[in-house]
Design a binder for this molecule. Structure first.
Ligand SMILES: [Zn+2]
Length: 363
């Protein structure tokens, strides 16, 4: 009999539920097609149905709890989704209370099993810290590049929330003073330049100014998106490559600020767009090297910067993205390794830790 928890990742279009052991082993993962944007009730019903099935299936193990990652501003103390830019109808929804009510009434959640909610980018960062790229690292940050930029800061092994839970809004750091307007009210926010929506905006602008290859791809491919632009870039299409160079440049500007301010051991880059790493990492690293005194302060980082600036071809990745053996005391910039499952692992682990805390407090 081993301990396990349920992790839930609520995206804009789908819902995923996983059973994860306390050692970080995935027992099972299910995806549920549901129109999350239609409002919380039907999605929560389906979610609780899937949770019940998984718990029943692994009932010979000890259930620690259920952790839920939500896309928006989450009040973790009260278990409420406060603001959800992409999920109309979810604002001020008491997610934790509703899930607990359903699961406890059906008798599936017993004793000291806990339900916790968390912002999805923080859950992903916590997952990477637990069993992903940041395993064993005490202080790190993760940037989740998706529609926007999600952030997670981990200090001394714990998520740093700030005064009112809003720390880590990396996406709204200004990288261009008079730049693109952002939904937050500012201009020139990082997520207007280094996210999936930024890539699509740059592609539309390039098409409008005569980028024939992109226009052709957009009209012939019904699924035209970031992936198609990345493929074009990897085939050497100059318009597509330029988009990713710009993307990498702004991401590097953001990273340089974060490295200078926080001086953390590791910065993990995750989210869907991170899979286009080869196309943006060179300009990202060049910009980071040029702008961050803190990054260049260790010999190994200085050597990476020298290698990056001497690169003959911008196509070739010159900076080692893997954590080298002698990485002690240097700033490591690396790709996430858990992919879209990071949030599932992180949410499950948060539920497990809440359970341990509850058991300790009860003593
Ligand atoms: Zn903004």
């Amino acid at each position: 009999m081993s301990d396990f928890s349920i992790g839930v990742d609520l995206g804009g279009t789908n819902l995923r539920v996983a059973a994860v052991t306390s050692e970080g082993r995935l027992l099972e993962k299910v995806s549920i097609e549901t129109k999350v944007s239609l409002g919380p009730e039907p999605a929560i019903d389906k979610m609780c149905g899937a949770i019940q099935q998984l718990i029943a299936k692994y009932k010979n193990n000890n259930l620690c709890g259920v952790g839920l990652g939500l896309p928006g501003i989450v009040d973790i103390e009260n278990g409420i989704m406060r603001k959800a830019a992409n999920l109309p109808g979810w604002e001020n929804y008491p997610a934790r209370a509703e899930i607990e009510r359903r699961l406890r009434t059906s008798g599936i959640l017993q004793n000291h099993a806990q339900v916790v909610v968390e912002n999805d980018a923080r859950a992903a960062g916590f997952g990477e810290h637990w069993i992903g790229a940041g395993r064993g690292v005490r202080n790190m940050a993760m940037l989740t590049l998706g529609t926007g930029i999600g952030g997670c800061v981990i200090l001394d092994g714990k998520i740093w929330y700030g005064m009112n839970g809003m720390a880590g809004e990396f996406g709204h750091v200004t990288v261009e003073p008079d730049g693109q307007p952002c939904g937050c009210g500012n201009r020139g926010c990082a997520e207007r330049y280094a996210s999936a929506s930024a890539i699509m905006r740059m592609a539309r602008e390039a098409i409008a100014s005569g980028a024939g290859s992109l226009a052709q791809a957009a009209s012939s491919d019904a699924e035209f998106g970031v992936k198609s632009i990345f493929q074009l870039a990897m085939q050497g299409d100059e318009h597509a490559r330029k988009i990713f160079r710009t993307f990498g440049r702004y991401l590097g500007i953001l990273l340089a600020d974060l490295v200078n301010i926080l001086n953390l051991e590791m910065f993990v880059i995750g989210g869907g767009v991170a899979s286009a790493w080869e196309s943006f990492a060179p300009t990202m690293m060049n910009e980071l090297c040029a702008r961050s005194i803190v990054f260049g302060a260790t010999a190994s980082n200085a050597a990476s910067c020298a290698a990056a600036s001497n690169a003959a071809s911008p196509k070739k990745e010159t900076v080692d993205s893997q954590v080298p053996a002698n990485s002690l005391r240097q700033t490591v910039i690396t790709r996430a390794v858990l992919g879209s499952d990071a949030g599932l692992y992180g949410a499950a682990h948060l539920a497990e830790l809440a359970n341990h805390k509850f058991a300790k407090d009860m003593k």
